[in-house]
Design a protein around this ligand. Structure first.
Ligand code: B1M
Length: 208
């Protein structure tokens, strides 16, 4: 079993090269990518978040940890995505307008790809009309939206309205730390999920 404390320490200090080395070593010794993600990278980012909340660390520290997390998740990506699976359907996935957080969005993308979806990454700060345009262009069956700020959540409502008004048949799924099932019901999205893995399961159920 890899020493996840060492990996977490490297990630929290933003040591990109060390994180890469440790993730590669964990994979080489046969640890499952999902375990490395959960027990190493996600736990470390959770701890950074708690310290950020208590003003024990500040934006630059969070940013370097986020960069290290991205470096680690990039290495895990091919292991999380099952090779050669025929795309179930296309999904468009983005972080909503005004919001620049992309780590959760990228995890959801990985899980959707792992579940067999072809995913169009709309990026961050995505306006409702961009979700509509991309979904139309790629004939998407799923539109996924992520929001990390209470101030950007309302943009999800605008996007749901724009998607419904466009007549697109795509199912809309939402998530992100402040998002809840109650909010999902209130804005008329098709589904909410609290984490990336269950977002992929939800998307599969919705297109079944
Ligand atoms: Co920001 N930030 N941040 N930040 N940041 C939070 C979100 C915050 C909770 C920190 C805090 O105060 N404790 C707080 C929001 C408070 C609020 O609104 N209630 C906050 C703030 C205030 C801000 C700024 C305003 C700070 C400032 O500038 N004063 C600013 C806003 C910038 C902007 O977006 N316009 C800001 C900036 C940043 C950084 C740039 C420094 C950096 C982002 C780097 C990046 O993403 N590339 C950052 C980070 C890293 C965080 C924390 C520490 C970590 C977020 C994260 O990546 N978590 C965060 C505190 C925290 O969460 N503990 C915080 C890991 C990620 C995997 O989780 O995205 O929740 P998450 O995804 C989860 C689930 O939510 C779910 O799946 C994932 C797990 O499997 N999920 C979905 C996500 N999307 C989904 C979609 C789905 C389904 C599930 O369906 C489609």
């Amino acid at each position: 079993m890899p020493d996840y404390d060492v990996l977490k320490t490297a990630m929290k200090s933003g040591k990109v090269a060390d994180v890469r080395k440790l993730v590669e070593a964990a994979l080489a010794e046969g640890a499952p990518a999902q375990e490395i993600l959960n027990s190493g990278l996600l736990e470390a980012m959770g701890e950074v978040g708690q310290r950020f909340k208590k003003n024990e660390v500040f934006v630059p520290e969070v940013l370097v940890a986020a960069r290290a997390m991205k470096a680690g998740t990039e290495l895990l990506k091919p292991h999380l995505i099952s090779a050669g699976v025929q795309a179930l359907a296309t999904a468009v996935m983005g972080t909503v307008k005004g919001d620049l957080h992309d780590i959760g969005k990228n995890l959801v993308i990985m899980m959707l790809e792992g579940a067999g979806f072809a995913v169009i990454d709309a990026g961050v700060d995505v306006a409702p009309e961009k979700f509509v345009a991309l979904a139309k262009e790629h004939n998407a069956k799923i539109i996924g939206m992520s929001a990390l700020l209470t101030t950007t959540m309302p943009s999800m409502k605008g996007a749901v309205e724009a998607i419904r008004a466009s007549g697109l048949p795509a199912k809309i799924i939402i998530g992100g730390a402040p998002v809840t099932q109650t909010y999902c019901d209130a804005i008329g999205a098709d589904g909410y999920s609290p984490d990336a893995a269950s977002a992929a399961e939800l998307a599969k159920r919705l297109i079944a």
